[in-house]
Design a protein around this ligand. Sequence first.
Ligand SMILES: Cc1cc2nc3c(=O)[nH]c(=O)nc-3n(C[C@H](O)[C@H](O)[C@H](O)COP(=O)(O)O)c2cc1C
Length: 166
Amino acid sequence: MSDESSRTDLLWETIQQKEDYPIFRLCYLSKPTKPFTAEDLDDIESKSIIANNERDVTGLLIVNDDRILQILEGAEDSVRNLYTKIEADSRHTMLKLVSAVEDEVRLLYKWSMVVRGLAGTPTKLLEQFTQVYDELLAAEPQAEISIDHVDLFREIALFDTLPRKV
Ligand SMILES: Cc1cc2nc3c(=O)[nH]c(=O)nc-3n(C[C@H](O)[C@H](O)[C@H](O)COP(=O)(O)O)c2cc1C
């Protein structure tokens, strides 16, 4: 699938979703206090799926060695309350709030939380992720994350579940 067509698909899917309230999208970066194991990721994912579903929060969490990136979407108070809890979690440190903005659409409406460690991810996606992460880390706080970024993170999060190209 070309970049252009996947972007169009993402926009087309999202504009069909009607929300009852403005969507607040928050993106932050952090570093693990000590390396996350597969069990850590499973634990965060299984608890987040239930808790986020109750709060009507969706998003994704990508962990690559010492790089953590999470996007949370939902009603502003739900997202901010959850972020306050996540900020206090001793499993990670050096949080940097990249962006916190209102939007008309929820871009990650299908997942209460997808957690993805990057072992086994193709080199090209890993390099793209590392580059975008480092750019966001260096950028001014509140920089808007672009739909291209969200699209890349979605592709990474979904990598294992998509049929492989032959
Ligand atoms: C990187 C990272 C991401 C997390 N993401 C979520 C999340 O999306 N939803 C959630 O409920 N907990 C998430 N947690 C766990 C929370 O920090 C916290 O442990 C959890 O909300 C349980 O809090 P409680 O037992 O006080 O309710 C995350 C933790 C870490 C380290």
